[in-house]
Write a protein that binds this ligand. Sequence first.
Ligand SMILES: Cc1cc2nc3c(=O)[nH]c(=O)nc-3n(C[C@H](O)[C@H](O)[C@H](O)COP(=O)(O)O)c2cc1C
Length: 204
Amino acid sequence: MSNLNLKTVTLAITGASGAQYGLRLMECLLAADYRVDVMISKAAQVVIATETDIKLPAQRADRAAFFAERYKAKEEQLRFYGLDQWLAPVASGSSIASTMVVCPCSTGSLAAISQGHSNNLIERAADVTLKEGKKLILVPRETPYSTIHLENMLKLSQMGVTILPASPGFYNKPTDIQHMIDFIVGRILDHLGVEQTIAPRWGD
Ligand SMILES: Cc1cc2nc3c(=O)[nH]c(=O)nc-3n(C[C@H](O)[C@H](O)[C@H](O)COP(=O)(O)O)c2cc1C
């Protein structure tokens, strides 16, 4: 299968609470036949170990097979990049991915992206997405937000970035955590234009 035959999304999972949002998004994109280019920050690895039952393979090279098996996807749908892998396609404006999602997005990564730091591959890929005028969705999670966080979000929003906070609604009367995760992931999929049935729309 050629990579070019698959629609591609770049997914960065950073160290905010709510790693399950990013993992569920990966699962849904794979089920929708997307290729997903994944970066997981060091802090996100700690959060995954803390908040989920997932034992992330220590070797990055083993992660595509691990998640392909877990989510019943094809291994070639997944690429995992290290944060200092500067030669990765996502580091370049010529990357085929038209969309990047940072989910969840820590306030640290939010700040770095808003300042254009590009000090690791997640920050660089977001910077490239911005400079190329492609779609960037950030899913911040913190409470309360400081003025610094709000200013960073405002700046990015004014540049066309979608700020989609991990703030699940309750009007669908969620009965478990999965419903709350799917509320947010469903909204992200809506913004990506990916068909989804995991989060009913109001009035449906
Ligand atoms: C269990 C755990 C939960 C955390 N929750 C949050 C959070 O909700 N929001 C946040 O901005 N940072 C949170 N942090 C702190 C970030 O992980 C930390 O600021 C880190 O430097 C972010 O780095 P990264 O953006 O490279 O992932 C959490 C850390 C841990 C270990």
